[in-house]
Design a protein around this ligand. Structure first.
Ligand code: SF4
Length: 297
């Protein structure tokens, strides 16, 4: 018997904690596609799945996973879709998967901007309960240099709206993004903004430059100097040291030379001590060799 297939286009990414979620494509590629360091959706132009296609996929899911409790919507930033489109999708999810308890997706900071708190509350009411945001840093000079398309004030304003609407969110911090000499400033600026917000998880990923990114060319041209590995550890330590909120740190991504996880503030002292040990004992060349061997994120 031929198995019915779901529609998926290009590279599919989801956070590790969504491993048990049913995936559903709503968009492919990224609406922005300009961040200098990014190679994640290389070669995949932005596309919005027609609702008929989403419905077709939901019929397949209903058949094979009728009791799916969590759905993760794929695409770099499906939250860029209009409020009405997201509401239509949420209603379809409710129609086809009555046991679904929640759904989530990736978003850019700027995807939240056109949505009012009331609209966000309505989406939350229809079970949108968490959004993953590639914030990268709240250091404005780095955000500008990397063409992220927003500033720290936007992060604060837009994520505060999620807090107000009761939608949980997790952020990604891109360690080392500021380049050589800017790590501590990037971490400090980010901690200052995050201390005024309520992220459930801060995912820490360390910048690993692949040839498909524009930043790779900057490295070749000599206009961007990568942060040394020890400097990156000091940066991560600074971020954790300066965070005063209750949150979770997930730093066990393959790109991190020293994998760490913990809950703040409870594990802060232990995490800082792990960094201190690593900073004083690991040679730069060894850590660099590890990064050079990373083939894929
Ligand atoms: S980092 Fe995110 S927003 Fe930027 S181009 Fe890549 S997928 Fe798009």
């Amino acid at each position: 018997m031929i198995q019915p297939q779901l529609h998926f286009t290009g590279q599919i990414w989801r956070p590790p904690y969504e491993a048990n979620s049913q995936l559903l494509q709503l968009t492919s590629g990224c609406t922005w596609h300009k961040c200098k360091f990014c190679s994640l959706y290389h070669g995949t132009p932005f596309r919005m799945s027609p609702l008929s296609e989403v419905e077709e996929d939901l019929k397949v899911i209903r058949r094979w996973q009728p009791r799916a409790r969590r759905v993760y919507i794929t695409g770099a930033n499906p939250f860029a879709l209009s409020y009405n489109r997201l509401m239509d999708t949420a209603l379809l999810l409710r129609k086809y998967l009555p046991h679904m308890e929640s759904f989530g997706m990736f978003a850019r900071v700027t995807d939240i901007t056109p949505k009012s708190v009331e609209e966000l509350r309505n989406l939350h009411h229809l079970k949108l309960d968490s959004i993953n945001i590639g914030m990268e840093t709240a250091h404005d000079p780095t955000l500008d240099k990397m063409d992220k398309g927003y500033h720290s004030a936007d992060i604060l304003e837009q994520l505060s709206k999620l807090d107000e609407a009761g939608i949980h969110y997790n952020v990604f911090y891109l360690n080392g993004l500021g380049g050589q000499g800017n790590g501590v400033a990037s971490a400090a600026a980010t901690a200052e903004v995050l201390n005024r917000l309520h992220p459930c998880i801060i995912n820490i990923v360390s910048l690993t430059i692949f040839p498909e990114s524009r930043l790779h060319q900057d490295v070749i041209d000599g206009t961007y100097q990568e942060a040394p590995e020890i400097e990156r550890l000091v940066e991560m330590r600074t971020l954790i040291e300066r965070l005063t909120i209750k949150t979770n740190i997930f730093g066990h991504h393959i790109s991190n030379t020293i994998p760490i996880t913990g809950a703040l503030p409870y594990d802060k002292a232990a995490l800082l001590s792990e960094f201190d040990k690593a900073i004083s004992s690991f040679p730069e060349q060894e850590l660099r060799a590890y990064r050079k061997n990373i083939r894929h994120l």
